[in-house]
Design a protein around this ligand. Sequence first.
Ligand SMILES: *Cc1c(COP(=O)(O)O)cnc(C)c1O
Length: 394
Amino acid sequence: MPGRNALFIPGPTNVPERVRQALNIPMEDQRAPDFPDFVRPLLADLKRVFRTESGEVLVFPGSGTAGWEAALTNTLSPGDRVLAARFGVFSDLWVQMCERLGFQVEAVDRPWGTGVPVELFAERLAADKGHSIKAVLVTHNETATGVTSDVAAVRRALDAAGHPALLMVDGVSSIGSLEFRMDDWGVDLAVAGSQKGFMLPTGLAIVGVSRRALEQIGTSRRCYLDFAAMARSVTTGHFPYTPATTLLRGLRAAVDLLLEEGLDEVANRHYRLGEAVRRAVAGWGFRLCAQAPKWHSDTVSAVVLPEGFDSTAFARHAYENFNLSFGLGLAKVAGRVFRIGHLGDLNEWMVLSALAGAELALADFGVPVELGSGVAAAQRWLLEQRAALAAAAE
Ligand SMILES: *Cc1c(COP(=O)(O)O)cnc(C)c1O
């Protein structure tokens, strides 16, 4: 098929040209005396992206899943209790990992399309007078349903209960895109991966670790993902095993892009583009999987197709006929929703092209949708935003 595949899945995301160029380098000597001159400032700048001064950011070869495992096994001991909520594929997988690693999970099931039940967490924490809960797990952005949860509110619940549990956050599809404040929110472990907000190929687990979490060493077995060994890279600039040097060079370029744009503007841009998608979905007359505006995710929208249409078949139709990739509905919402990823290296026309393509593919697939209804709604919103930005600049 002519033209390129348009990637509107929530990860891997599109790699910006500057990052692609940065990845195109010869192999280098990771033991060279000047390698630390590259590594140390990179790790320092990653702390700015996570918005932590007191913590450290450790970079492991792996994907986000390795980051989950690192967070758990470095700080917890077998049998430790953790509090978590399940409301989508990723929050569920993290709970499953806890069980397989031998932790006792108090898992609260919530409807898909909602997020972390802060009040319920607050009750459980207040009731846990003996502080047997050692960690609270928060999936900041549930990528399967397009739901963002309030991490700061969970921190407030912990503080209100005077509870010392570690706050662990899955930020794989939020960090580098949505507002994320590790220090202000008192996050102890913040997990990201390279292929979402960091706009890189898959292959790095990027984990923010608070000072407290670095000192709270659990007795779970670990070796490859050991924090203590990796934390030495912060000062020495050398890694405990061969680093993915190519990806680190790409990460340098990606972090530069994020910091040049400014983290506030990165988050604002994701809001503007995410809202454009939501306006388009409303224009089509469809609803989102996210059940209320407070859950709306600015990085991914899970769109519910009208009754009688199979969303998996629709995504396949878009791919095979228009070279257009949308995310599938997973597990409980398989066949019901398709997902539009709107994170990373993205601007207005890219979002509009996804929406125009979706409209075309929907109509071609037989879903009743008025051509132009979604695109025009998104365009109107984007124009309003332009006007508002111009007025604010005056
Ligand atoms: C993608 C994703 C993961 C899994 O990360 P991998 O890089 O695929 O291992 C975990 N959590 C969330 C919220 C994700 O979006």
